[in-house]
Design a protein around this ligand. Structure first.
Ligand SMILES: Nc1ncnc2c1ncn2[C@@H]1O[C@H](COP(=O)(O)OP(=O)(O)OP(=O)(O)O)[C@@H](O)[C@H]1O
Ligand SMILES: [Mg+2]
Length: 242
């Protein structure tokens, strides 16, 4: 059976800045891949390459074995790719419900699901139902992160891309997100989760990949990856430990 997601020697550079260097890996449905790397390593760019907002210079991206490299962003979203943004930017003047409804309406056209039902379900899964009528601009950072996740989930993704969803949160807030993400794995979603908080990743992911300058430094069991000399040397002095 084809992998849910496959990157096949994907390469991308902005001038001399390399953000993907012959990057190859696969992700199965129901699997969570954690991605770590220093600032500017190309992690967000990798997600942009998968969603289609960025085109690779070389290489292929496959979803269910189908080459989607030339497919535009909206078609990839329709094919089941959902993402959260590193910096949440909800429509601040709209309520939480309305923000999520946008994603759900989009999915409704594809799946025939009732957008309002899908919105309530996404708000329930992310613990936001009590804030359904709150203006998004009034949310705390944790709730804005939850809203990012709810919007992505409401679009009914099979592949979910998380870009530092736990960044900037207090430890107990990170724990709340971890519980939500754990539950998603049980539903068969494939997840690529970028995070600087290595402890959070290690407690959830099946596999960890460390990157720098768009290049894969190591991939495998989280503890083994973090212990590898190449990864340790990149993180030396940054205080990041497995
Ligand atoms: N559209 C663009 N045009 C030019 N350079 C870009 C563009 N997007 C990203 N870059 C550069 O590519 C490098 C990688 O950026 P990217 O945002 O992918 O890193 P990151 O690993 O997500 O970093 P962080 O951990 O800080 O979020 C950076 O040097 C960035 O300035
Ligand atoms: Mg980033």
């Amino acid at each position: 059976m084809a992998a849910l997601l496959e990157l096949d020697h994907v390469a991308k550079a902005f001038g001399t800045v390399v953000v993907a260097d012959e990057l190859s890996y696969t992700l199965a449905a129901g699997e969570i891949l954690g991605v770590v790397g220093p600032n500017g390593a190309g992690k967000t760019s990798m997600l942009n390459l998968i969603t289609g907002s960025l085109q690779p210079d070389r290489g292929r991206i496959l979803l269910d074995g189908r080459d989607i490299t030339a497919m535009p962003v909206h078609a990839r979203a329709r094919a089941g790719i959902g993402r959260t943004h590193q910096v949440p930017h909800p429509f601040g003047g709209m309520t939480v419900f309305e923000n999520v409804l946008i994603g759900a309406s989009f999915a409704g056209q594809r799946t025939g699901a009732d957008p309002r039902t899908a919105t309530v379900a996404a708000l329930e899964r992310t613990g936001l139902l009590a804030h359904a009528n709150t203006p998004a601009g009034a949310l705390t950072l944790l709730d804005r992160k939850r809203l990012e996740l709810a919007r992505a989930l409401a679009s009914g993704p099979r592949l979910l891309l998380l870009d530092e969803i736990a960044g900037g949160l207090a430890e107990h807030e990170v724990q709340a997100l971890i519980e939500i993400i754990r539950a998603l794995r049980g539903e068969g979603l494939g997840i690529v989760w970028i995070e600087h908080i290595v402890q959070a990743l290690v407690s959830v992911v099946d596999r960890l990949m460390a990157t720098n300058y768009g290049r894969k430094l190591a991939e495998g069991a989280p503890k083994t990856v973090m212990a590898s000399p190449e990864v340790q040397s990149v993180y030396l002095g940054q205080g990041i430990r497995a």
